[in-house]
Design a protein around this ligand. Structure first.
Ligand SMILES: [Zn+2]
Ligand SMILES: [Zn+2]
Length: 256
């Protein structure tokens, strides 16, 4: 079998796995959102763009799958630095390091995409002011490539066992969709100061207010760089049990 055929088989397997995780996660949030309308973040803004968003999903999924499959393939063929043997300590440690590194990568790529010369590659993603769970894949080819190139490159500098890279990709897929769910189902003090985790409110505010909350899994870079939305902690707290809701988003149409 040629190298290209081997890569193609791996690529098809990755696409199938990503699709399965995407559909299961999407279905989960569709059901949760229908059951808990009171958890909607932008209460006055209706998003009917679900099908328009899904039309772009093939571009996003094929691009991210190609980047991820290339990372696995390069490591499997010994083109990268040698990964650590998977053990009780190397697995969690490498996963943690990689999640932290990806958050930095995502933050700075995202800041770059908001810079005028690059914004045309990111404008599509911002058409949804109130995101749906499917907005996660409503992105241009260049945006998907810039974000997901991480998975193609990280194997050259971090000795992460491939199994942990798979765990990270599944986590990334689910957490990316969680960030766009439009409803805050998992509000917790762990998502606000002094804790570093982000939440659905975190990325929802990015779509609703545009110039805040550029990070992915953590709010740390935004806190350090002064780009955290000033009402982020208070809004998230409002969704916790017993919290007082802060209404996000003014009434208004979606951009389309
Ligand atoms: Zn953005
Ligand atoms: Zn988004």
């Amino acid at each position: 079998m040629t190298l290209f055929t081997e890569f193609l088989i791996l690529f098809v397997m990755v696409v199938a796995a990503v699709l399965a995780v995407m559909l299961l996660t999407g279905l989960f949030f569709e059901v949760m959102n229908a059951r808990h309308p009171e958890r909607r973040i932008q209460k006055h803004r209706v998003n009917k763009r679900k099908w328009a968003e899904l039309k772009q999903a093939p571009v996003s999924i094929l691009t991210l799958s190609a980047c991820f499959a290339f990372g696995l393939f390069a490591q499997g063929n010994g083109w990268t630095i040698a990964p650590l043997a998977l053990s009780w300590w190397s697995g969690p440690l490498m996963l943690l390091v990689s999640v932290v590194l990806y958050d930095a990568w995502f933050y700075w790529v995202h800041r770059l995409l908001h810079w005028k010369p690059f914004y045309r590659f990111h404008a599509l993603h911002h058409k949804s002011v109130a995101p749906t769970v499917w907005s996660n894949h409503h992105e241009s080819f260049v945006e998907a490539l810039l974000n997901q190139a991480y998975y193609a490159l990280i194997v050259f500098v971090l000795p992460i066992p491939w199994q942990m890279l798979v765990v990270q990709k599944v986590y990334d897929q689910i957490s990316g969709m969680l960030g766009h769910a439009g409803h805050e189902h998992f509000a917790s003090p762990a998502g606000r100061t002094p804790w570093p985790l982000a939440s659905t409110v975190f990325h929802d505010q990015h779509h609703g207010h545009f110039r805040f909350n550029y990070g992915h899994s953590f709010s740390l870079w935004d806190r350090w760089m002064g780009t955290l939305h000033p009402r982020y902690d208070a809004t998230l707290e409002g969704f916790e049990p017993g919290g007082e809701a802060v209404v996000e988003g003014r009434p208004g149409p979606e951009r389309s």
